[in-house]
Design a protein around this ligand. Structure first.
Ligand SMILES: NC(=O)c1ccc[n+]([C@@H]2O[C@H](COP(=O)([O-])OP(=O)(O)OC[C@H]3O[C@@H](n4cnc5c(N)ncnc54)[C@H](OP(=O)(O)O)[C@@H]3O)[C@@H](O)[C@H]2O)c1
Length: 277
């Protein structure tokens, strides 16, 4: 189907697309879009022209994006396109860490590194909903943001040695920190026979039956993750911090990528409705 894009959520990975292009040539980056259906696909499509949707696509930095039905979810009237677009990749990744790879169960202690970030903040909320005890790690300046997610404890990685402070205390460690930094800390914080799920590819040195799983991007969980994220966000059970909403202009994209390159708290979103720079 074809979507008229209203809002685009930006992700760290797109900094690489910007720098490298596609096989050295120009490319249209972006995975996250919210907008209006303008062509509803084949006869099996549950969508109609005019439906508000959110989708995990390829090439979302565009006026219109092609979306697969299985990677699309309908938006209720009360969920703004900006919020929906901001949820896509971080939400799907959080879903994969908590459900697909983490298989988190009630009563487990889950340590989330990067709990102040997009992926980590959503993972913290999903893990709490499953009945886990959640310890969120972020920088001291983001303590309030992380505590508002409902975590049981906050630890500042820039104030204490987290490997020491949380030694062997997590049944599960989710590493959603920038570039999956600090794999050895993750191993130190995990209980014997515990599990580490990380955005990093690098397996740390493991002891005592601890397992390591890299969470890789994939479309295979979109059909389960997107409707759940939309439903919970619309019901106010899931929140995502938004740092900046910039206009759908070249200057807007340049400013958005400058923000992405810098230190920010919350998502960077491009919206057609945003004021021109
Ligand atoms: N494999 C996948 O499927 C997949 C999918 C999506 C994203 N990712 C990757 O996952 C990472 C997080 O993405 P995101 O969109 O959530 O980014 P984000 O919103 O920018 O969040 C980054 C997080 O990293 C934390 N952080 C930065 N430096 C740290 C350090 N030295 N120690 C501990 N934590 C640190 C930040 O904490 P403070 O801001 O509080 O300092 C923040 O919580 C990125 O590297 C991204 O490329 C992977």
């Amino acid at each position: 189907m074809l979507i008229d894009v209203e809002a685009i959520g930006l992700n760290n990975r797109e900094r690489l697309s910007r720098e490298q292009g596609s096989f050295g040539g120009p490319t249209i980056p972006g995975r996250d879009a919210a907008g209006i259906v303008v062509a509803a696909g084949n006869g099996d499509s549950p969508y109609q022209i005019g439906d508000r949707v959110v989708a995990h696509v390829n090439q979302s930095y565009a006026d219109q994006a092609v979306a697969a039905v299985r990677s699309t979810a309908k938006l209720p009237d009360n969920l703004p396109a900006v919020t929906a677009a901001a949820l896509v990749t971080p939400g799907i990744t959080a879903y994969r860490m908590v459900y697909t790879f983490g298989r988190i169960k009630a009563g487990e202690t889950v340590i989330i590194k990067g709990a102040s970030g997009g992926v980590g903040s959503l993972a913290a909320q999903l893990a709490k909903q499953l009945g886990a005890t959640v310890i969120g790690i972020g920088s001291a300046r983001n303590q309030t943001l992380v505590e508002k997610l409902g975590v049981d404890r906050f630890v500042a990685y820039d104030q204490v040695d987290i490997a020491n402070e949380l030694a062997a205390s997590g049944d599960v460690v989710l590493n959603a920190a920038m570039n999956g930094t600090g794999g050895d800390q993750d191993a130190a914080m995990t209980k014997p026979n515990g599990r580490i799920i990380s955005v990093s590819h690098r397996t740390p040195v493991l002891r005592d039956g601890i397992t390591f799983q890299h969470t890789y991007p994939g479309d295979d969980t979109d059909h389960a993750a997107l409707p759940l994220l939309v439903k919970e966000a619309a019901a106010g059970q899931l929140t995502i911090a938004i740092d900046q909403v910039l206009p759908f202009t070249l200057a807007g994209f340049v400013a958005a990528h400058e923000a992405l390159d810098g230190r920010h708290t919350g998502r960077i979103v491009i919206a057609k409705a945003a004021k021109t720079l």
